[in-house]
Ligand binder design. Sequence first.
Ligand code: ATP
Length: 571
Amino acid sequence: MELLKKYLKPLLKDMSISFLMKALGALAVLLLPYLLAYVIDSIVPMKDVQLIVIYGVIMIVVSVTGWIFDIMANRLASRVARDATIHIRHDLFEKTIRLSCRKGDEFTIPSLESRLTSDTYNVHRMIGMIQRMGVRAPILLIGGMIITLIMEPVLAMVMLATLPFITYLVYSKATKGIPMFTKVQQAQDRMISVVRENAQGIRVIKALSKADHEKKRYEHVNMGLANEELKANTRMAAINPLMNLFMNLGLVGVILVGAWRVNGGLSETGKIIAFTNYFTIITNAMMSISRIFVMTSKGIASADRIEEVLKAQDEMEIITDDSPLNDKIVEFDHVSFSYLGIKDNVEDITFSLKKGQTLGIIGATGSGKSTILQLLMRFYDADTGVIRIHGRDIRSYDPKDLRQEYGIVMQNDFIFQDSVRENIAFGRPIDDELLDEATQIAQARPFIKSLTDEFDYKLNSKGTNLSGGQRQRIFLSRAFVNNPKILLLDDSSSALDYETDARLRKAINTHFAETAKVIVAQRVSSIMHADEILVLDQGKIVARGTHDELMQTSEIYASISDSQMGGALLE
Ligand SMILES: Nc1ncnc2c1ncn2[C@@H]1O[C@H](COP(=O)(O)OP(=O)(O)OP(=O)(O)O)[C@@H](O)[C@H]1O
């Protein structure tokens, strides 16, 4: 509910106007049966046609005025719901993209996606509904009761006897509904996850003929969602029919007692007609209130999920470190880290890099190579040990400033559906000269020249209209274009042929002679000229040194090198 308070507060003025208009519209609706009873019981017996016409006109005016107020209030309500949701979505999106990687892993991407889409939609519907019905229904309900009590106390008591049952019914169903709708949203997260994986891995699925397997997986989560929805909706579905039952029982009682009273001369026909009108108004108001409860159950469950993300503590706090700056551009000091807090994914890593130096990292898959780069980017914080940049704790830098120091190619880098230029510049103010230089170093110039619109050529999402090697050269251009102080390359040339790879290495060494470089590679040829090479195994450094030293001291390194000798010979 805090979420609603925060986002509706600035819209309080519009909401108040909308509520006022709704209230006036509701009063007009309440006035009509009263006027009708008066016309039937007092004006018609006078047989004064002119007076009857005047009252008819008054009733039309009241009815049209109420209708106009209602429409205006509904429009305003839609605007308030829209404005509040825009701000909620904006803040949620901003928080989502700023969320630390650890928190992102905790929430999971599909869940964040559904919080941004269906949860915000539920909240939007709840805000709209509360405004459209939240004032009107209670006024019609309470106003209708007061008028009927004044008009026909005996009949009103018959009708009111049904109310305790109805109130209990709505309350008990709605309170049980909130956790059920939370489960529905969780099932939706699971379905989005499968849909997402299928959409992204469509080619693998086709290649491995796994369509039937994936269909079954989808059916499973789809059934899960359907079952949760069924459970929640079944509970809620009982509200309306049961309410109808109680209301109709009340109405039967009213008509029987009403007929008995008219026959006995205790009441008049007009009053009984008006009373049945009020009864319908009250019934509809009760129905609306029950709908508000259903939608509010859904909306509150969704608002809680949104709030959970908005309130997520970002553990990426910035600390103070006034240590003197030194010439070690990057330093790992006995760093250990675990993603899940179970087993260290990197353990006791120590190294440092000065201006212009290159560190090569090699090792088996899953040995922790990319994790070192993730820690260097401060996507995660080390559990023990310290990472320093220019001699100061990495945690003392604003992550935004810190990341501007880097040029990075990640293993699973991404191409956006945009031009080649935008994919390289990435919103940074990059002129053509820089673009040209970066693409030349990345050995991308020849293939970009061959594209129909060169730098304006539109790339598909994930670069499906490029080859693997072309994509890597776009990623490299992106990393080079801002002349980084620290260059991090994670398996960035695996799709290049050996000759292009060798030219790339030469170009990097010439253009980035001053830059500290960390190169993660599977190929020995990509790192053999590094100032130091780390050989990783299960998160630990099992050997270190230059290429020549490692050829003598590390069996693992020597065997990798020997198996790739054809590549290593090419420089
Ligand atoms: N987000 C994550 N959550 C949990 N575990 C993770 C996560 N990312 C990586 N790991 C685990 O951490 C370990 C090291 O992974 P890392 O990606 O650093 O390996 P790598 O040496 O770069 O492997 P590769 O050469 O295959 O890219 C692996 O066991 C991996 O399963």
